[in-house]
Design a binder for this molecule. Structure first.
Ligand code: FAD
Length: 474
């Protein structure tokens, strides 16, 4: 395979020395490192097609990868396999401002897309995840990730209006309205939603090379407000009420230890100190005219006043711009995309989580049980919770940082994650961007019909078993 790749791509685009392979053998998480045989730096769809054809012939596994920030081992190679580095495929082919979509390649990053829109003064936004600026917009959508527009518009799988895929025989297919000659990629419907065969599959069914991706209006005014709350019920009942009023662009709850870490406390004590808040809730408001913003602020205060009347302790909202004056350490939370260095650059190198999607009605129960588990395992309970898609579901994520060089620390992470996953699954929360270890644990509780269907889809779309084998329990 190596000779084939060198022939196809040129020597400089095939990485094979130990030093070159080192960044690809692992990710932030505790997933076992695996050395790929080689890394192929592709820049054209035709190259991806040729590699898939050859891999099928010789039976070599291919793992697509962009930034490798998925925190679940999903872009780590199979032993002897090839990593297909798609970061050079970073063209923005089209921007349709009127119909609000862009056609992008896998390597387009959050920062690149933001700059592209800003340079052209396009009043649209893509929404940003809390992942580093160099992560792929495309991969996050393929994985069903969430951004600061997911409260309104749901996880990003729902924003994909067309997908171009390299299939196992090297041929290309397009899904959505795009499949009709001359039609714009405005939606997956009314054709059968075949993008679903590739979305949420972590590269195990094909390699996507282009995506039509919906963008959303960007408004002239925006405010990010922070509110301190003192009980799980006070926090999430406020969140549920705010969601129903439909005036917030984003709402997120960070447990107090997460906020402390953001403010520079390296190792917050797992147990809260008396009088500390439970959560810090941030609310994003946008508007086009001042009166609209003023009304939204009044609506926010009205909900909080109602909660206080019911006996909940909830502080007045504080504007991030004001907080920054008091503590510049808040700056990573002022503008997205951002580098949350307290998670990615803390010295030990390790970051892991059990990140789930589930119903808002069970947030309090999840937080109470998850806090108990994390404290018992001596982790400060770093928890992030955000409502999505108008409140129909939300994300609940339990986060740990750790020292990758310390085996005892790694084992502690595995133990706490296994317990958190068990608790979340029992409460009906489903882990997203699911790592292989979690699939193994979840398998016995997943509907056998669904698992059988997944196996059939995998077998049909990947008859040679070359697409990112070993992931999703397949
Ligand atoms: C600090 C931090 C904060 C984060 N916050 C968020 C957050 O707020 N919301 C969120 O959703 N995520 C978040 N993440 C998770 C992560 O950043 C996303 O999963 C990320 O978008 C993945 O992009 P990537 O470029 O790293 O993809 P990679 O990790 O390289 O790839 C992800 C998966 O997609 C597959 N893949 C990649 N390209 C293709 C392709 N073209 N065709 C088929 N399969 C492909 C890969 O094989 C792999 O399975 C965060 C991560 C970090 C480190």
């Amino acid at each position: 395979m190596k000779d084939f790749l060198i022939n196809l791509l040129g020597r400089d685009s095939v990485l094979d020395s130990a030093m070159q392979l080192a960044p690809y053998r692992e990710d932030y998480s505790e997933a076992e490192p695996v050395d790929p045989a080689v890394v192929a730096m592709v820049s054209e769809t035709a190259q991806v097609q040729a590699i898939v054809r050859q891999a099928g012939k010789v039976g070599t596994a291919i793992t697509p990868r962009v930034a490798g920030t998925n925190v679940g081992g999903l872009a780590i190679a199979s032993p002897g396999g090839v990593i297909l580095d798609l970061s050079r495929m970073n063209r923005i082919h089209e921007l349709n401002e009127t119909d609000m979509y862009a056609v992008i390649e896998p390597g387009v990053t959050q920062q690149q897309m933001k700059d592209y829109l800003a340079e052209r003064e396009v009043p649209l936004t893509l929404g940003f995840s809390l992942a580093p600026p160099h992560t792929s917009v495309f991969a996050n959508a393929l994985l069903g990730g969430l951004t600061n527009r997911s409260l309104k518009y749901g996880d990003q799988t729902q924003w994909i209006s067309g997908l171009e895929i390299v299939l196992s025989d090297g041929s290309l297919a397009r899904t959505g309205s795009w499949a009709l000659e001359g039609a714009l990629p405005f939606a997956q419907v009314p054709f059968p939603a075949l993008a679903g065969l590739f979305v949420g599959w972590a590269g195990t069914t094909g390699i996507a090379t282009r995506m039509a991706f919906q963008l959303w209006p960007k408004h002239r005014l925006n405010r990010r407000l922070f509110i301190l709350t003192y009980s799980a019920h006070g926090t999430f009942e406020s969140v549920r009420r705010l969601v129903r009023r439909e005036f917030c662009d984003d709402i997120g709850g960070l447990s107090w230890p997460s906020a402390k870490m953001m403010l520079g406390v390296k190792h917050p004590h797992p147990e809260p100190s008396p009088g500390e808040p439970t959560f810090i809730v941030y609310v994003d408001l946008t508007a086009d005219i001042d009166e609209e913003m003023a009304l939204k602020e009044r609506m926010l205060n009205d909900v909080l006043k109602g909660m206080r009347k019911e006996g909940e302790q909830i502080e007045e909202p504080l504007d991030i711009k004001m907080l920054l004056k008091v503590n510049p350490a808040m700056s990573p939370f002022a503008e997205f995309p951002t580098d949350l260095e307290f998670l990615t650059n803390h010295g030990g190198g390790g970051l892991s989580w059990v990140g789930t999607y589930g119903p808002l009605s069970r947030f309090e129960a999840g937080i109470e049980a998850g806090t108990e588990i994390m404290v018992r395992h001596k982790f400060a309970p770093m928890i992030v919770a955000r409502p999505m898609r108008g409140g129909h579901y939300g994300v609940l994520r339990f986060v740990e940082t750790f020292d990758k060089e310390d085996q005892a620390d790694v084992e502690r992470v595995k133990l706490v994650n296994a317990e958190l996953l068990h608790m979340c699954s029992k409460l009906g929360f489903v882990m997203y961007k699911t790592p292989s270890w979690a699939w193994e644990k979840m398998k016995s509780s997943i509907d056998p019909g669904m698992l059988g269907l997944m196996r059939n889809v995998k077998q049909t779309l990947d008859p040679h078993g070359i697409f990112n084998p070993g992931k999703l329990g397949l």
